[in-house]
Ligand binder design. Structure first.
Ligand code: DHB
Ligand code: FE
Length: 437
């Protein structure tokens, strides 16, 4: 499957997609800075000096100095962002749009008064459309990215603190960390290029101003957040904006309404699993694409929705034309309740039946309703729905391969939580993904 970007062929039109957004990131953010009167005043007083404050390319800076909106769009600008700049210069939307057409302001206004530009002659020419599809077919990649395995683990902040404070040999914590010795060895032997890491932000990057259900991190890097105890002393996280943009395109085309975030700090939900799986490192040995799921404020997504998202995620990864090895991690859970008189609830029997079913029959398990998680596994046990994204991304789900359990671990307690951990290796049949169009 290659991704359809035929929209690039519409004449006289630039579609603002993730590729354009990455190219025009600072240009568009500069435009946003003009939304305060004080900044507009500074900009107008000394345009060049103000532009120097922004990490723009020469071409972007020149486009602004030339008042050339076509050039600004070619360099990644988007009209709604650029309109803030145009407004600062006293231009109306009609003046801005007209300036890109090669027409005089008056002629453009007259054209609009006479019914606007005709669609005739403004569609994609047949030869252009055909040439585009032919070229896409020719470029269809023989090589592509693979999902090599899935890791599932709890992500308790106290585990991170015990690790950072070198309390790893204390009996309480040794019992937890011992469960991850096999895992660290497995990662050394099966190191992927990228980890697609599903976690929930715990009122850290997202407060009550914006409550997105699914967030895909499309940035180049992510700092470890300060959750009130100071940031964890772990390396910064390197993203993979190119693969993330590809996944965004693919998932949104499959009707998953994602929020794309270029800048955010990542909390224990993401950094604790990295420590558990890679130990102490100077830098993380993989790139990470963070994927946040809202499980803080109801309504939260269902297990089934997450499972379907995981299936679409594998299709997205396998349509990426670079031979990258990708692991998908699902984090959070298992049973825990952090609030109210029922805090401390642990349901060992339910957790282990759930782990059995996750391996054996995830499609059926995904139908378990929220209420059962809350009732049986505690209010914060709902984090487990995130594991379905990783589980859905494995090849046995659509019959195109098998999975192998490499490791399973269960322990009570870590702070208020039952620690659950599972490694599933993915064994797609060799011909399956390559033959799948
Ligand atoms: C705990 C567990 C979590 O998953 C979390 O996000 C915060 C706290 C705990 O057990 O203390
Ligand atoms: Fe959590």
């Amino acid at each position: 499957m290659s991704l359809d970007k035929t929209y690039k062929k519409v004449p006289g039109t630039t579609i603002f997609d993730a590729e354009q957004s990455a190219k025009g990131y600072h240009l568009n953010q500069f435009c946003m800075s003009l939304m305060t009167a004080a900044n507009r005043e500074r900009y107008l007083a000394d345009e060049r000096a103000y532009l120097q404050e922004w990490p723009l390319t020469d071409a972007q800076r020149q486009a602004l100095l030339d008042r050339d909106l076509n050039a600004a769009m070619a360099e990644g600008g988007n009209i709604y962002f650029l309109s803030k700049w145009g407004a600062t210069l006293g231009l109306s939307f009609q003046q801005m749009a007209g300036s890109m057409t090669g027409m005089s302001e008056e002629d453009y206004r007259d054209m609009m008064l006479h019914g606007g530009r005709s669609i005739e002659g403004n569609r994609i020419a047949d030869q252009v459309r055909e040439a585009h599809y032919a070229a896409e077919g020719a470029q269809r990649p023989a090589e592509h990215a693979w999902v090599t395995g899935a890791v599932f683990t709890s992500h308790v902040p106290a585990i991170g603190a015990a690790w950072d404070q070198h309390r790893r040999e204390e009996p309480y914590w040794k019992a937890v960390f011992d469960g991850y010795e096999v895992s660290k060895q497995w990662e050394r032997e099966n190191l992927p290029d990228v980890v697609f890491l599903v976690y929930n932000d715990h009122a850290t990057a997202f407060d009550l101003t914006v409550i997105p259900t699914f967030v895909l991190g499309t940035g180049a890097s992510y700092p470890a957040a300060d959750e009130g105890y100071g940031p964890r002393p772990v390396p910064g996280i390197e993203g993979d904006p190119d693969l993330a943009a590809h996944i965004a395109h693919s998932l949104i085309r499959e009707d998953f309404d994602l929020t794309l975030v270029n800048e955010m700090a990542v909390d224990h939900g993401l950094t604790v699993p990295l420590s558990l799986m890679f130990g102490d490192v100077e830098r993380w040995p993989v790139k990470v694409i963070p994927f946040h799921v809202n499980v803080v404020q109801y309504p939260v997504p269902s297990g089934e929705r997450c499972f379907r998202l995981g299936q679409a995620l594998r299709r997205a990864i396998e349509s990426y034309d670079r031979p990258l090895r990708v692991q998908v991690w699902g984090t959070g859970g298992m049973s825990h309740q952090l609030q109210g008189p029922r805090a401390g609830l642990i349901n060992e029997e339910w957790d282990n039946r759930w782990l059995d079913a996750l391996v054996r029959d995830p499609a059926d398990l995904a139908r378990v309703p929220h209420l059962e998680y809350v009732e049986e596994a505690g209010s914060e046990g709902i984090e487990l729905v995130m594991w379905f994204i990783a589980r859905g991304a494995l090849a046995d789900v659509d019959g195109s391969g098998t999975v192998e359990v490499k490791h399973r671990f269960y322990h009570v307690p870590a702070s208020n939580t039952a620690v659950g951990h599972l490694i599933l290796e993915n064994h797609p049949r060799a011909e399956a993904p390559a033959g799948k169009e």
